[in-house]
Design a protein around this ligand. Structure first.
Ligand code: ADP
Ligand code: MG
Length: 339
């Protein structure tokens, strides 16, 4: 009897893995922006065409890559960010799986230009469907540019599944918001179809929020601040009178990473108890810093959910901190005469 089990060729394995990492243009935007942040860039540009369906480019002035690394970065599980399993518990970077670029290159046409400070020449690579077609030396500034074209060119079903440009742009903006709010010390700009839609100069957290969501936001923000051994908290919560019917700007960041947490959302909402009209949703921008060994980020490929060692303590501290700030700013309870 002959055996029938075979190892899949790399390009097939990559295409399967890509299904998890790359769901839509916004997933590419997220991965490329995070890589630029990890590369210690102080200036990052996001350029898209047709809501990312035809083109997504991220240009950074970070550390760049060597000629060899520029090829290696497209390999699966190729990463400069962790070396062993223990490193997973002391993460200081956005990435660590070494999967994003391999996945993107499996389902799109990618052009990479990169140069390290110390190198005289940079390198220019074109890769299509996981295959490097050319690699040439090039005169380049320090940093990296990834250009991603024709996403899902080889998976028509996925391509057809993409939503309207309005919807895809909305998803891209969500990812952009999450990264720029986490990193106010970095200049970010964004262009869609040749038009500048954001130009965010570096500044503090309040300035970043205000630049992103209009100047009217400023008067709505109440600062929060708390420091314990379990967690350090800073950021802003919206004054209750500005709460909206729809869930608007609600952001948690843990160690500079955007996360979703129904549990922590509940902590915040319970701090507003008695201050909001029924169904009203306050804005909040809450930054939590916790010792990296007390969280596990590795539970979901897109890393928006994480596990905390002591979730209950976090809940209590966060709730108290928000309550304290709302009280301090003399926010009177709303009397709901409508009922
Ligand atoms: P991960 O970010 O999980 O390491 P990626 O596939 O996103 O995996 O990237 C692989 C590697 O390529 C990174 O570990 C890094 O060394 C390198 N790299 C990716 N993007 C950049 C960039 N913008 N600047 C410098 N190096 C980069
Ligand atoms: Mg990455």
């Amino acid at each position: 009897m002959s055996s029938i089990i075979q190892l899949l060729p790399d390009h097939v394995a990559n295409q399967i893995a890509a299904g998890e990492v790359v769901q839509r243009p916004a997933s590419v935007v997220k991965e490329l922006l995070e890589n630029a942040v990890d590369a210690k860039a102080s200036d990052i540009k996001l350029i898209i065409k047709d809501a990312g369906k035809t083109l997504i480019q991220v240009v950074d002035n970070g550390v760049g890559m060597s000629v060899t690394d520029a090829r290696l970065c497209f390999e699966r599980h190729a990463t400069s960010k962790i070396r062993n399993a223990e490193d997973l518990f002391s993460l200081h970077t956005k990435g660590f799986r070494g999967e994003a670029l391999a996945s993107i290159a499996a389902v799109a046409h990618v052009e990479l230009k990169t140069k390290q400070e110390q190198d005289e020449l940079g390198t220019h690579i074109i890769i299509e469907g996981s295959k490097v077609t050319t690699q040439d030396p090039a005169v380049l500034p320090k940093g990296t540019s990834f250009l991603v074209k024709n996403l899902f060119f080889n998976i028509p079903a996925r391509r057809n599944f993409l939503k309207s440009e309005t919807v895809e742009l909305r998803h891209i903006l969500d990812e952009f918001h999450r990264v720029v709010l986490a990193h106010p010390k970095i200049n970010f700009s964004m262009y869609n179809n040749g038009n500048e839609i954001f130009n965010l100069p570096f500044g503090n957290y309040r300035q970043r929020i205000v630049n992103l969501f209009s100047f009217k936001t400023n008067e709505k923000l109440v600062p929060i601040e708390e420091s314990t051994e379990i967690v350090k908290i800073h950021g802003f919560v919206g004054k209750p009178e500005f709460a909206k019917k729809t869930r608007g700007e609600q952001f948690f960041f843990v160690n500079d990473r955007f996360i979703k947490s129904g549990y922590l959302h509940h902590a915040v909402m319970s701090a507003y108890e008695g201050l909001l009209k029924e169904g009203a949703q306050p804005s909040y921008f809450i930054y939590l810093d916790v010792p990296s060994h007390t969280i596990d980020i590795n539970i979901h490929p897109t890393k928006t959910e994480i596990k905390f060692d002591d979730e209950q303590a976090l809940y209590a501290i966060l709730r108290a901190s928000v309550k304290h700030s709302l009280g301090q700013f003399n926010v009177a309870p709303v009397l709901d005469f409508d009922r």
